[in-house]
Each structure stands twice: as structure tokens, then as C-alpha cells.
Design a protein around this ligand. Sequence first.
Ligand SMILES: NC(=O)N[C@@H](O)C(=O)O
Ligand code: NI
Length: 161
Amino acid sequence: MREIRAEPLTAEAFAPFGEVLEAAGAPDKVINAGWCDRFHDRAALDFGPEGRAGISLFRARPRSLPYECGMLERHPEGSQAFLPMADMAWLVIVAPDEDGRPGAPRAFLPAPGQGINLARGTWHGVLTPLAEPGLFAVVDRIGATPNLQEHFLDAPFVVIS
Ligand SMILES: NC(=O)N[C@@H](O)C(=O)O
Ligand code: NI
């Protein structure tokens, strides 16, 4: 079975798939009389013409490495942001689109304090915490029309580290 290794999550490496949300570098604004740094408007949120923004909480059961992935999904109608609500290891799997199917997958291990915003239509694995509590705030499209496309891989792969 194809094996891949997870990479550290950086804004540059993740750029083809969306944004990394982190309080890194100089803040865009200093607010609250100097008591707070604002890293302003750091994600390209997209909920399509029919949808609206929603914040949900996901409490996902932890998985472990090596992690076998047999399905990638995408949301054609909107972006999806995952913001950890606790300090825990988690795994992000994404892939480029190749003629309507996922291409070569890539895996990332976010550092504490990092979240992600998946661009609309980005192939990704489902939320995959690697430790309890598996708790995330998720900002994504709320709408009356379907917004989930799943692709079951001809060749599942395993993330080994
Ligand atoms: N299906 C769902 O709400 N969750 C997935 O989109 C996911 O990315 O985990
Ligand atoms: Ni998703």
C-alpha cells in the first residue's frame, strides 16, 4: 500500500489547498489599547450564492498513525475551516484535483495554535484528530442544497508518520 509521510504545516506548503490560520509574524492590527494583536481577515471564506456561514462544533474520535485513508471528499459549494478548541495532535490530508478526482495526496501535522481553512472544492480527508478531545470549531457553508462529494480511492494509502 502506498505510504506517505506527513509534513509540517506551513502557509506556503498549504497555499494550493487553502490557508493556515495562526498568530505568526507581525499582527495586522494592535487593538484593545494595546492588549490584543489582531491577525485580521486571514481566510478566504466562501459560502457560495445559496449558502450562509455557520459555526459548528465537531467532536471527532481520535485516530492513530499509521492512518489508512480510503476516501477523500470535497465541498463544491463552500470553504471549510477547522479550528482546534484544545491542544491536540491532528492530521490534515489534502489532494489536488485531477479531472474531477483527487491527485497525489499530501499529509500535514499542524503545530499547536494552527488551524486551516480549506478552499472551496478542495479534496481532503475527514477531520482526523490523533488525540482526545478531538474538539474543533468548524466554519463552513450552511445551505439547503448538497455540499459533499466523496471519492473512494482505487488505491488507498497510509500515512505512516
Ligand atoms: N461531513 C462533514 O461534516 N465533515 C467533513 O466535511 C469533514 O471534512 O470532516
Ligand atoms: Ni469536509
